[in-house]
Design a protein around this ligand. Structure first.
Ligand SMILES: [Zn+2]
Ligand SMILES: [Zn+2]
Length: 586
């Protein structure tokens, strides 16, 4: 397993894509005339878009035509020409062309700021700049989709039509990206979640709330069993805390101040108000505080698969990845200053073990530090921040892990290490976080009795490795494209009798394997064998055990693996092989 540095996002790519957005608007006007109202056209993470208002909405068939026109414009080698203009001139320009959105943008530019117009070919646009010089530099373009988008993202405003596209310097790079996009679609966890019957989100229950179906639940149980064992082995203590606690506790923790927008509204109970927990930290703090602690018993490592609820706008919810209710694999470590490096190292090591066991080969590490220009905006003293950052840096260096330092990315209460795993198709996912906290120990007056009898404040570290069970499961589904390794697979083997004559034997095979602790199904449907095999291939079951007359007579199974290999094995041999594979977590 290797840690890699993330490729740096190139400004050039953004300039190229932003220029492509101008060319898209150019093409739209060429094809549909100047009546189309223009809004904005920025570069975005993987491409660009432009928002338009058109009387008859764009249809998918328009995209290839627009794309063809854009290619002509690219091939023409048009120069991008920018010039500063007087506000009055820009206003006149857009009033003559009846472009209300552009006039609104103009009005929102402060008097002190310069106004620039950029022309490429016959199309002039109000823009701050950030382009490539020549349309040829745009390289290769592809228009991807049409979507509705409210003007300025506000649902009270008119609905515009957004055309998404992407652009790359070369056709080869564009092709590679489109292939990756298709692969990502094939792996989409929402699609696979339905097809493999893993989970659902039910409108009747509410957005962002996950129902784990039996098959998803089977995967989760394997995830949790492994984690629990590992936690105990590593000296964590497992705890359980309530899902609702008095609002006053969240006032003391500061959540009602800095975290209010992310919390569900309080619940009135008797004469009091209770808060559905958005985090597990205060609960673990109350357990730490429940008695006097001596320096001898530190570090205290409290772990919980803690279910939390957070308010997210419905527009940002996304399958298992962005939800309103989720279970964090949370832990809080309370330790002495002399223990902190060892504790950080242990967290990072544990994170690497999670990645290894769940089949990820690469990861990236980021260290989020304080913004040195704004020292007043953070909890904790300069000295504490310096020591905490030193501890993080020293630990990573000692473990020989390359990392990127991100000044200004720390939260106000402490520096942190984030580990992003890289999945099977090269996408990074932010999951693990190991975070110092100078804030909560003070707010709750946490203490331990030091060797000299004095009362000291312990250091506190928050850490989650999966991040959450839901998010990690979503990433696993996409990483494996639904074909989970045997130890995680919801159904590890399915028994397929060729005819009803082998039904009794098939039942005994399934029963024997279940008794040995495996997750096994029997397909006794009336379908033909080929149809059954196809069905279970689609369900990505690791092993199909075909049993006919000769298998029944010899007490064997004909094993067809997911990869297509076939072998006749004695039932005992197959059971041993499966057990070995599960134990090795291959
Ligand atoms: Zn521009
Ligand atoms: Zn926490």
């Amino acid at each position: 397993m290797t840690a890699t540095s993330a490729p740096t996002a190139t400004r050039d790519l953004a300039a190229l894509r932003h220029t492509a957005a101008h060319l898209l608007a150019h093409a739209v006007i060429d094809l549909f005339g100047e009546d189309v109202k223009l809004a904005i056209g920025p570069a975005i993470e993987n491409g660009f878009y432009y928002d338009f208002l058109k009387d008859t909405p764009f249809v998918p068939e328009d995209l290839p035509r627009l794309e063809a026109r854009m290619r002509e414009l690219i091939a023409a080698g048009l120069h991008m020409e920018g010039r500063p203009v007087e506000r009055a001139e820009a206003e006149r320009y857009y009033r003559e062309r009846n472009q209300p959105f552009k006039l609104e943008i103009l009005a929102s530019i402060p008097e002190s700021e310069p106004i620039t117009m950029y022309t490429i070919g016959t199309f002039t646009d109000l823009c701050r700049g950030g382009h490539v010089d020549n349309s040829r530099d745009v390289g290769a373009v592809k228009l991807l989709s049409i979507a509705g988008a409210y003007w300025r993202g506000d649902e009270h405003n008119p609905m515009l039509q957004r055309i998404y596209g992407t652009a790359f310097p070369t056709q080869a790079e564009l092709d590679a990206y489109l292939a990756q996009l298709a692969e990502a679609e094939r792996r989409d966890h929402r699609k696979l979640g339905r097809e493999l019957d893993l989970f659902s989100i039910q409108d009747e229950a509410g957005p962002g709330l996950i129902f784990w179906h039996p098959k998803g639940g089977a995967v989760r149980r394997q995830m949790e069993d492994w984690l629990h064992e590992e936690l105990v082995r590593r000296g964590y203590e497992l705890v359980y805390t309530p899902h609702v606690m008095r609002l006053g506790l969240w006032e003391q923790s500061g959540h009602t101040g800095f975290y209010r927008d992310n919390m569900f509204s309080p619940i009135a109970v008797d004469k009091d108000r209770y808060q559905l927990k958005p985090m597990n930290c205060p609960g673990h703090i109350l357990i730490y505080k429940s008695r006097l602690r001596s320096y001898r018993e530190l570090p205290v490592r409290l772990a919980e698969l803690g279910t939390v609820y957070r308010y997210e706008r419905s527009g940002v919810l996304h399958g298992l990845l962005r939800v309103r209710g989720f279970t964090q694999d949370d832990a809080h470590i309370f330790c002495r200053p002399d223990q902190i490096e060892a504790e950080i190292a242990e967290c990072v090591e544990f994170a690497r073990e999670v990645l290894r066991v769940f089949g990820f080969e690469r990861y990236e590490v980021e260290l989020s530090a304080r913004d040195p220009a704004r020292p007043g905006e953070y909890a904790g003293t300069d000295e504490e921040w310096r020591r905490a950052e030193d501890a993080l840096v020293t630990t990573l260096q000692r473990m020989d892990i390359p990392f990127r330092r991100q000044p200004g990315e720390a939260v106000f209460y402490g520096p942190k290490i984030d580990v992003k795993l890289v999945d099977a198709i090269g996408r990074p996912w932010q999951l693990t976080t190991v975070q110092f906290d100078f804030n909560l120990p003070r707010r709750f007056g946490l203490a331990y009795v030091a060797e000299d009898g004095s009362q000291q404040t312990p250091l506190m570290v928050h850490r989650a490795l999966w991040g959450s069970a839901e998010r990690f499961f979503g990433v696993l589904i996409e990483h494996y494209a639904g074909a989970f390794p045997v130890w995680l697979a919801p159904v590890q083997a399915v028994v397929l009798p060729i005819t009803d004559d082998q039904l009794a034997y098939a039942r005994s095979v399934a029963a024997a394997l279940r008794a040995a602790g495996f997750r096994v199904e029997l397909d006794d449907s009336n379908e033909r064998l080929q149809k059954k095999i196809r069905t279970h291939q689609m369900q990505k079951v690791p092993y199909m055990l075909v049993v006919g007359k000769s298998e029944a007579a010899a007490n064997t199974v004909n094993v067809r693996s997911r990869s297509g290999d076939q072998a006749a094995l004695g039932l005992e041999d197959f059971s041993r092989r499966l057990a070995a594979e599960v134990a090795a977590r291959r």
